[in-house]
Design a protein around this ligand. Structure first.
Ligand SMILES: Nc1nc2c(ncn2[C@H]2C[C@H](O)[C@@H](COP(=O)(O)OP(=O)(O)OP(=O)(O)O)O2)c(=O)[nH]1
Length: 387
């Protein structure tokens, strides 16, 4: 399908903070392809392979981590973008980058950092994604950050919609390159946000069943799953349930993606938007599920929190991980000379920049690097038996 008039147009990007030497038209790639490739080559992107999605430092090689999650989000995002005539490269770039700001140990690590940073402006993984990409990654000789396009930074900053009250980290980026934070972002960004939900709703079911924490019978009583399960069983009445797990996940991803495409197509048509600027001025999201799917998805999420994310075994691991991050933070605050040389050399003299520098270092750690630094500085830590 050709690109729709409401798609982000690389020829009309709002550009970069530092104009690229040689301009955007050199070589075969346009501005959004370059953004995507900058993410793929970033150090922070490579670190996602050792960062928790749901299971901390899993032994099992088949469990998702932040990297494989991001790849699945990108696959779903591209499918939706292509069906709606949106810009696939920008969608893919946003999907690949959306979790780059996650600290080690997922939400447990984030809670520990938020608490440790309470007096220094707090910590939020979305805002930290912007901080990593505009300040901490530094492959260029003459400026900090990846120098991504405005459109890319806009989409990442508004991953969860408009941000009328940005925190300090986002406010710093916005002061440098104003991102119109109180308006809805491009449709590509809206797609990336929902591709994220479709991906993890489904792969967490897969991983939860693999880990033996989720119970298939209980899961199949959840309305969204029940409908798909019935359809799958009807197609394969002769096969035992455990042979149908992959089929259930595939079928459910398809149902959610198709619902999203149809609903969004209708909403876009009804809104009459004919440019990306009109999308930003629409005052409401145009990408979304039908009311019935949105309701079913909320019920599924509640089920996943109750039975998987906050299951006793997960809560036990999270408590250990939180403690580990809190102790590491305190140890580096008390003895900043233990920071690696490059981080020591750039340690600010004054607060809150000094504390934030230590938080930046810790947030960039992978799970296994954090476990290693804890062993070195404080002592070995025993994580409850993993998967
Ligand atoms: N083990 C565990 N996993 C969790 C918890 N909360 C969320 N998760 C997992 C489930 C999903 O795979 C993923 C969802 O969190 P994300 O940060 O990726 O998305 P969320 O929608 O919370 O925020 P975002 O859209 O990124 O702003 O993290 C938790 O308390 N424990």
């Amino acid at each position: 399908m050709s690109r729709a008039p409401y798609a982000a147009d690389p020829a009309r990007s709002r550009g970069r903070l530092h104009p690229d030497p040689g301009g955007e038209t050199r070589g075969p790639r346009d501005v959004f392809q370059r953004d995507r490739d900058r993410i793929v080559h970033a150090i922070a992107f490579r670190r996602l392979r050792h960062k928790t999605q749901v299971f901390v430092a899993p032994d099992g090689d088949h469990f998702r981590v932040r990297l494989t999650h991001s790849l699945e989000v990108a696959q779903i995002g591209r499918t939706i973008a292509r069906a709606l005539g949106l810009n696939e490269d920008l969608t893919e770039a946003l999907c690949l980058a959306h979790d780059i700001g996650h600290p080690p140990f997922g939400h447990a690590g984030e809670e520990a950092l938020r608490e440790a940073m309470a007096e220094a402006g707090g910590f939020d993984h979305n805002a930290h994604t912007l901080r990593v990409l505009t300040r901490l990654e530094s492959p260029y000789p003459r400026w900090r950050g990846l120098n991504l396009s405005w459109d890319m930074l806009e989409g990442l900053a508004k991953h969860n919609g408009p941000v009328p009250a940005p925190n300090w980290a986002l406010a710093e980026v916005d002061a440098e390159l104003p991102l119109a934070l109180d308006a809805w972002p491009s449709l590509e960004a809206q797609v990336a946000a929902l591709a994220d939900d479709i991906a993890y709703d489904n792969h967490d079911i897969d991983d939860g069943l693999r880990a033996g924490i989720l119970d298939l019978d209980a899961l199949c009583a959840v309305p969204l799953v029940a409908a798909r399960w019935e359809a799958v069983r009807a197609r394969h009445p002769d096969l035992p349930p455990d042979r149908l797990r992959g089929e259930l996940i595939r079928d459910q991803i398809g149902a959610m993606v198709n619902d999203l495409i149809e609903t969004s197509r209708a909403r876009i048509a009804a809104s009459g938007v004919d440019s990306v600027e009109a999308v930003r001025a629409a005052g409401q999201p145009l990408i979304g599920f039908s009311d019935a799917m949105a309701q079913d998805e909320r019920v599924l999420k509640r089920f996943m929190y109750a039975t998987l994310y906050h299951s006793p075994s997960q809560l036990a691991v999270a408590a250990v991980a939180r403690g580990l991050v809190a102790r590491l933070f305190a140890a580096y605050v008390a003895a900043p000379d233990r920071l690696p040389a490059a981080w020591r050399a750039t340690l600010p003299e004054t607060e809150p920049a000094r504390t934030r520098h230590i938080a930046d270092f810790i947030a960039g750690m992978t799970d296994r690097y954090a476990i290693g630094r804890h062993a070195e500085l404080i002592g070995p830590v025993a994580l409850p038996e993993g998967f």
